[in-house]
Design a protein around this ligand. Structure first.
Ligand SMILES: NC(=O)C1=CN([C@@H]2O[C@H](COP(=O)(O)OP(=O)(O)OC[C@H]3O[C@@H](n4cnc5c(N)ncnc54)[C@H](OP(=O)(O)O)[C@@H]3O)[C@@H](O)[C@H]2O)[C@@H](O)CC1
Ligand SMILES: Nc1ncnc2c1ncn2[C@@H]1O[C@H](COP(=O)(O)OP(=O)(O)O)[C@@H](O)[C@H]1O
Ligand SMILES: [K+]
Length: 505
């Protein structure tokens, strides 16, 4: 259940159910205790440093006051800046306040300009944030974001929408935490859009609630366990035909790089044979990767091949004709880039896609997603989960809505947020490599859902591996990803494979 993600509405229901039968203030006390424990862990051997605790007007502030009291009990110099606002505070928060006042916690009214804090605990706002942060609260957030010490956010970094990962605006701000301890259940907003920048490392604290009592999550956090059953060691007695053919269909005039990058992605992710069916006359072979077989798209036989269609394909009549042919065929399909734009502009192509029986995966970035749904990019990004769900529903396909915290969605509403990857991927061509990797997994017999989950995870992990070796994030190139993805995939197979897992024949 560790990977389950819940909406604020679900968390409110969980909270209400958990509350029943417990003495008042129990959950807040548990939250404060867990937060103090984590704070001590983060302080490590710097417990002599003072800790700044920001406490807001709601129960998030109550958690912070509880944490401050526990930290003081543990001998830490805890200083609270409590900003209760106009409304009366809840009884639980009031009790927490009294406990903190009764101990050795220090209280201040404004931030000293020269504080040398070992840690900041952010308990300004949690899931009750109702509007952009302004005024004194905003000054506090800005001041914390200018500090260099670790910042532990309680439940949600203040200012972040726990459902969507958006900084609540217009013109809002949010705490940039290095760590977040989140209560009762993990939240999607901590893992997508601005979430990863603001939440840092996330720890989930259930506050003693029995996981069996929790509802079905809105989404799950991705992990290799979601596709691990398909990772199999290669049998000695296998050949290139055992691992499928991938054909990249794309490469109109002036856009030949995109299909070549996709093809290298497919090759390094284990496809047995990789073709590039170019719309342009193009080169006869790829001198960097001569293993690729370059063909003319017109007249290329799609039968028995997994198709990755769209990279650099353009929007010509030929592109449209090829796409219609691919959609009508029974090859597994990975639909990317220009092919998504063409479908967005044509109800006929959309109907053909929705009517397919063979596996189909779409990999839109937010602008392509916007074209597909006839919306603006900002509407897509305002609620990425909802947008991905809608795309999967309309296309009857598995969708990867790309970006920080890619959302993988399927038509029955199942959704996963991919946790791997970094901003090194924000470079032209990295999406083409993702398409190729996914094509290779489809060609090796993976179902659409697992292929999408696996490709997103491996692609992101490849970028993380490169960063770990000093190759990026700044200046990472898409061409460096295929070999790194190969390393990740082989590591995964070595970790989880069973030698008896049959390859596709
Ligand atoms: N109850 C429980 O059992 C448990 C609760 N838990 C904890 O409680 C948190 C939820 O508590 P919560 O509902 O009190 O909301 P919270 O996030 O503290 O903020 C709401 C307050 O802020 C105000 N306000 C909102 N936006 C504002 C703004 N921009 N600028 C200024 N003010 C603004 C709003 O008042 P308003 O002015 O809108 O009337 C209200 O006073 C949750 O995240 C978790 O940490 C856990 O301990 C588990 C058990
Ligand atoms: N900041 C980021 N963090 C994580 N992944 C990212 C980030 N920026 C881009 N990506 C990933 O990189 C890829 C970019 O794809 P795309 O936008 O289609 O690029 P291109 O069309 O140039 O190939 C996607 O897989 C996306 O999820
Ligand atoms: K907070």
């Amino acid at each position: 259940m560790d990977n389950h993600l819940y909406t604020v509405a679900q968390l409110r229901a969980i909270e209400t159910a958990a509350y029943t039968g417990l003495p008042a203030g129990t959950l807040m006390r548990r939250a404060g205790e867990a937060a103090a424990r984590y704070a001590l862990e983060l302080l490590g051997d710097r417990r002599d440093k003072p800790v700044l605790v920001l406490a807001g007007p709601g129960n998030n502030g109550g958690d912070a006051l509880e944490a401050a009291a526990r930290l003081a009990d543990a001998g830490v110099d805890a200083t609270v800046l409590f900003q209760p606002g106009q409304r009366e505070i809840s009884e639980e928060a009031q009790s927490a306040h009294e406990r903190a006042r009764a101990g050795t916690v220090g209280f201040i009214d404004m931030l000293p300009p020269d504080g040398d804090w070992g840690l900041v605990v952010d308990g300004l706002f949690g899931i009750g944030l109702a509007r952009p942060i302004e005024g004194d609260y905003r000054e506090m957030v800005d001041a914390v974001n200018a500090m260099r010490c670790p910042v532990l956010a309680l439940d949600v970094p203040s200012g972040l929408d726990a459902d969507t990962g958006a900084v609540v605006g217009p013109g809002g701000v949010a705490v940039r935490a290095s760590h977040t301890i989140t209560f009762l259940g993990d939240k999607p907003g901590l893992h997508t859009l601005d979430g990863r920048d603001h939440a840092g490392q996330v720890r989930v604290e259930m506050l003693g609630v029995d996981p069996a009592q929790l509802p079905a999550p809105v989404a799950r956090r991705g992990g290799a366990e979601l596709f691990g059953h398909l990772l199999a060691a290669r049998r000695h007695n296998s050949h290139k035909g055992s691992y499928g053919d991938v054909a990249i269909v794309g490469g109109a005039h002036g856009m030949l790089g995109a299909p070549l990058l996709a093809a290298r992605g497919a090759l390094h992710a284990g496809a047995g044979r990789v073709f590039v069916a170019m719309l342009d006359a193009g080169p006869g072979y790829d001198s960097v990767q001569p293993e690729l077989m370059l063909r003319q798209a017109d007249g290329f036989d799609f039968t028995g091949r997994t198709l990755v269609i769209g990279p650099g394909m353009g929007d010509s009549a030929t592109a449209m004709r090829l796409l219609a042919r691919a959609l009508d065929g029974d090859s597994p399909l990975l639909i990317d880039a220009d092919a998504i734009n063409l479908i967005g502009a044509s109800p006929d192509l959309l109907a053909r896609l929705a009517g397919r029986a063979a596996p189909s995966v779409l990999t839109p970035h937010p602008l392509e997603g916007a074209r597909l749904l006839g919306m603006t990019t900002s509407v897509i990004q305002a609620d990425r989960l909802e947008a991905a769900r809608e795309m999967a529903l309309r296309t009857r396909a598995t969708v990867i809505l790309k970006g920080s915290g890619s959302i993988v969605a399927r038509p029955d509403g199942e959704m996963v947020i991919n946790p791997t990857g970094n901003a090194g991927l924000a470079t032209a061509g990295s999406g083409d490599v993702l398409a190729g990797i996914c094509g290779a997994l489809l060609a090796q017999g993976w179902p659409a859902w697992e292929a999408a989950l696996g490709a997103a995870w491996i692609h992101g992990a490849a970028a993380d591996l490169l960063v770990a070796h000093g190759i990026g994030p700044i200046g990472m190139t898409a061409g460096e990803l295929p070999a790194a993805a190969r390393a990740v995939l082989n590591l995964l197979v070595a970790e989880v494979s069973t030698p008896s897992g049959p390859p596709r024949s």
